[in-house]
Design a protein around this ligand. Structure first.
Ligand SMILES: C[S@@+](CC[C@H](N)C(=O)[O-])C[C@H]1O[C@@H](n2cnc3c(N)ncnc32)[C@H](O)[C@@H]1O
Length: 292
């Protein structure tokens, strides 16, 4: 693919006029080994088994839906929902598979009845919502008691780059987090699941390290973030140009590095009625902080 798409456009891919750029970006992210492992971990947390019905909210090109389908066969189903008709069309184009169901739909208003599925995941989608809590409430509503809700999101404010002047680095991370609607949702995942009354809440964090500067520029859209900071008057054009030269030189000498923290949180839907026990001892006892 060429350069990265405007990340804010993930909130409405159909209005972007260039959905293939968004699909291509998702493929580029999926190619990163660490991301593939992260996805596997989220799949395992759903405890897929034959006959189960699972849900992927904000499924994009449907690759995760297709990856999960064999794990619920025979007799199971994986439902992928995405707000973008173009993404769902692309997901269909990538091939039908047994047990795969793809639908256009809004994460904050799921067209599913209460307790309709055995487990639900959402990856890198809550960052694109104004009110991620609304999507979490919906996921909790449609998962049956005892089923898992699994969330995985980046936290763009944790973006760091070397080489970079510290002040410019802060602006880079700020711009990166402000270009999407909820750029710092990653750090809030655990709290949202506790607030939603889930049991056995756990959280893990992983730092995505990228030393290949071409890949870092694509995955994190470093240049786009910097341009936003320049446009907002927070970084001088000359400083931005110097930064680009510094990064090019560092890349030539093999000493460039970019990194960002991603979070994953999971919790089990309790038996109804679902109490709100935000911050209770029970919820805290089940916290399993895990670095990677
Ligand atoms: C960064 S992509 C992640 C796709 C996929 N989960 C993956 O890991 O490859 C975010 C997806 O969320 C979708 N999306 C954005 N807002 C949405 C909403 N309100 N409801 C459902 N999907 C939404 C976008 O269309 C896009 O496909």
């Amino acid at each position: 693919m060429g350069g990265p798409p405007e990340f804010g456009g993930f909130s409405n891919v159909d209005a972007s006029g260039a959905p293939e750029g968004y699909a291509g970006y998702l493929d580029a992210v999926r190619d990163v080994g660490a991301v593939a492992e992260w996805k596997e971990r989220s799949f395992a947390l759903l405890e897929p088994r034959p006959g189960a019905v699972l849900l992927d909210v904000g499924c994009g090109t449907g690759d995760d839906v297709r990856a999960l389908a064999p794990r619920v066969a025979p007799g199971g189903r994986v439902i992928g929902i995405d707000a973008s008709a173009a993404m769902i069309e692309e997901a269909h184009r990538r091939g039908a598979a047994e047990g795969v169901e793809l639908r256009v739909g809004d994460a904050t208003r799921l067209d599913l009845s209460d307790d309709a599925v055995d487990g639900a995941r959402s990856e890198r989608t809550l960052q694109h919502l104004d009110r991620p809590e609304a999507a979490v409430t919906e996921m909790v509503r449609v998962v049956r008691p005892g089923g898992w809700v699994v969330l995985a999101e980046p936290d763009w404010a944790t973006l760091v780059v070397d080489p970079c002047d510290p002040a410019l680095g802060r602006e880079l991370a700020r711009s990166a987090s402000e270009r999407v609607r909820s750029g710092t949702v990653g750090r809030r995942l655990r709290g949202m699941l506790v607030a939603a009354g889930l049991a056995d809440v756990g959280v893990a964090a992983r730092v995505l390290l990228v030393s290949d500067v071409v890949r870092a520029r694509l995955l994190f859209d470093l240049d786009g973030a910097l341009e936003r900071a320049v446009a907002a008057g927070r970084v001088a054009r000359g400083d931005a140009d110097s930064w680009r030269s510094d990064v090019d030189r560092a890349a030539e000498e093999g000493r460039h590095l970019a990194a960002m923290t991603a979070f994953m949180a999971w919790g089990r839907v309790p038996l109804r009625p679902r109490p709100r026990r935000s911050g209770t001892l029970a919820a805290r006892q089940h916290l399993t902080d895990q670095g990677w």
